[in-house]
Design a binder for this molecule. Sequence first.
Ligand code: NAD
Length: 406
Amino acid sequence: MKLNAFQLNRRVLIVGGGNAGHVLVARCGSLGLSIDWLTTYTREAHALDTALKSHGGVMALDRAAGVTWHGCPERVSENPGDLVPSAEIILISLPAFAQEPVLKQIAPHVKAGTCIGVVPGSPSLDVVIRNAFKGLTSRPGIFFATRTLPWACRIQDYGQNVSIFGTKATDQIVVSDPADRIAIQLMQAIAGPGMLYQQVASFLFLAFTMPWHPCFYYGMFKDWDGITPYAKAPLFYSSITRSTADLITATSDEVLALKDRIVDLYPSIDLSSVGHVRDWFKQTYGRQIPNSDLNDLHAMITANPAYQNDLLFPMRMQQNGFVPDFHSRYLTEDVPFVLVVHLALAEMVGIKMPKLQHIVQWCQRVMGKEYLIDGAVRGRNVDETRAPQKYGYSDFSIFANDMGYL
Ligand code: NAD
């Protein structure tokens, strides 16, 4: 999709100096958009500025398609006050745990009418945005969020090169004004023709991001003795066993049961886009793995070219080998921002999710956190999650009413 002159004339601020930030810079630059780049980390901002000045921009290499994109931000800063006031579109690509603090830093500088997108979004993002702008006179025009990132990508050289290992075929997007087309057109252009955005009706959809990475961790390390090091880091996706794939399937069944329960109780909430992990995988990567059984999650994951070779379990190096890193983002992001949210919603609408509860109990132990006490979402670290309970909600109908889901 090509952008029209009106869209091209809008200044875009990319927020986040990580893998996704690099691809967004390259992709927006190749579309001809004027870009600035914000990372609230001073050291990162200086490193990006230095790299950009000496190498003239960021190059993204899409390995599968064999194409490159190039973008060079006009300004880089660690100070939101330098860049946010002139932004007309703000694209935030940060780990979920960084979204709330960064949105609070950005909000006072946002000029009225600015479009804010969080790519990818996360559960309760609408609550976070509402709270960030509470008491401020200026309001964003529209805000939107995608379910995930279009790409699997990794930085090769900071501020210079980033590799794209695969592009998803579809993703979902939710927009605060469902009639607005700008956000979808922009994201469609950024993702490119190989990927199709489907618009979903409710921000509550973001709470249904599937339980995924923690199941891989559980499957790989649940029997680890906590001492013996590994000779090398195991492959993250391709080493998955059938029983781990079955566990992912079973937890996804529980998430669908949660969705059904909410819709039974509140039929006006449209969660029709929430699907099973197997169907998500089929839609997202199916065409890239033509020789695999598209009803077999295990076969699809192990054969997916986007998951090959470079993607390893995060490990910590020790003198005689490697031990699992239980503070990696796969857990610190997915447990408090996905799995605990499922359990929190389940508690609010009165259903049990025994498999998910078991996984969270294992994860909180290895992470040194406490989200659950006797299966209830009331551990000492609930404030670090996106459970509606953190924001004072224990009654689902009040939560849904306040957030406009009903
Ligand atoms: P990343 O780790 O490469 O980038 C993180 C960036 O976030 C950092 O560079 C820093 O600028 C910023 N940041 C981190 N913690 C912060 C904090 N507390 N305060 C302020 N800024 C902070 O992450 P990424 O790979 O770019 O991923 C961005 C999001 O996209 C994550 O939610 C990730 O799970 C998701 N995602 C990534 C991929 C991928 O292939 N990279 C694929 C799917 C989804």
